[in-house]
Design a binder for this molecule. Structure first.
Ligand SMILES: [Mg+2]
Length: 347
């Protein structure tokens, strides 16, 4: 009998498989601390349990929920990361693509040049020895060089459409349900990404086949000429280390001056007055997305997609709720239903 069969034979413990490791998780026990690695295995099964959730402090969460519900949906906003948070980390047994990673600019020489930059800078991003100020400079360098290559290599709108249609990027199950619910409740959603807004919006068009009037993407935004060729980027570069609500401060005046078609500035003013936050992220650094906001209550939901055994403790400390195993968005849908039980008819 394989390890998988032995685990499945248990009756009170749910088995979970994450990144090739088997884990034992007690389902939906408030304040659950039981999560231990049982044994490494050589194969990966992509059918994780849907209730792999860890809550550090159930009482604190209960109080935050009560305060947010009491203040009503008109005070709530959602701030979400995109890659690995709204999208699946694993897809059909393979690592899911990111909004940056899926881009093929129709020019193999430039795709290779961007890949070479990635190979050089990506390890620096995760280096524990480089001081933050230096790392921030390196990230700026990486993003700016990449953006320059996209312009120089002649990126077109068509190449973006083709890249998205040929990609394996996929939203987590339940994301549409979540967006519909938030739209019904007139709760704005800001999606913060160090990727490319034009790609994220194309992913919405092609993978969801609809748009949502309450969703704004705050990310690096491209300017195309009348032939659909990329000519420049708008605003200050948003990279992985400055991706927080200050990025919105930096981006808003520029978007306004350039006549941003998304009306970011109006939304920006409206979200500043919404002092309860539901934050969704897949890195501890995503918590910085609400830094510029003087919020009253914040519920932070973390999706722990990788390095579960090494990272669970830090995620458990940082987030109010942690989902593991590439869980679907259903738990967040239920949370929003709790936070906003009634229909609000004004925005
Ligand atoms: Mg992410």
């Amino acid at each position: 009998m394989s390890l998988l069969h032995l685990l499945a034979a248990g009756n009170s413990i749910t088995h979970a498989i994450f990144a090739g490791r088997h884990l034992l998780i007690r389902p939906r026990i408030r304040g659950c601390k039981t999560l231990k690695v049982l044994e490494s295995v050589q194969f990966r099964v992509m059918s994780p349990p849907q209730d792999a959730v860890v809550v550090r402090d159930p009482e604190s969460l209960r109080m935050k929920k009560a305060a947010i519900r009491e203040a009503s949906a008109s005070k709530l906003q959602v701030i979400a990361d995109f890659d690995g948070t709204l999208t699946k980390y694993w897809n059909e047994g393979r690592r899911g693509q990111s909004s940056h990673g899926l881009l093929q600019q129709g020019n193999p020489e430039y795709d290779a040049k961007r890949q070479a930059l990635h190979d050089y800078y990506h390890p620096l991003e995760y280096s524990p020895t480089i001081p933050m100020a230096e790392k921030t400079k390196l990230m700026e360098e990486w993003w700016e060089k990449t953006h320059a290559l996209l312009i120089e290599g002649g990126l077109t709108l068509n190449a973006i459409k083709k890249s998205v249609s040929g990609s394996t990027i996929a939203f987590r199950d339940g994301v549409v349900e979540l967006f519909k619910l938030l739209e019904e409740r007139s709760v704005p959603v800001l999606i913060f990404s160090a990727g490319l807004a034009d790609i994220i919006e194309e992913v919405f068009r092609q993978k969801l086949h609809r748009s949502f009037k309450n969703i704004k993407v705050v990310s690096n935004r491209m300017v195309f000429d009348s032939d659909g060729c990329l000519v420049s980027f708008r605003g200050k570069t948003i990279h992985v280390l400055n991706k927080n609500e200050h990025a919105l401060d930096m981006a808003a005046p520029v978007h306004d001056k350039l006549g941003d078609e998304n009306g970011l500035n109006n939304e920006y003013n409206s979200v500043k007055g919404r002092t309860n936050v539901l934050l969704l992220g897949d890195h501890v650094g995503d918590l910085g997305m609400s830094d510029g906001l003087n919020y009253e209550n914040r519920i932070a939901v973390g999706f722990l997609n990788d390095n579960l055994e090494k990272s669970l403790e830090s995620y458990r400390e940082a987030f109010d709720i942690v989902y593991v195993n590439d869980a679907p968005m259903q738990g967040v849908v239920e949370l929003v239903t709790e936070l906003c039980p009634g229909r609000i008819l004004y925005f």
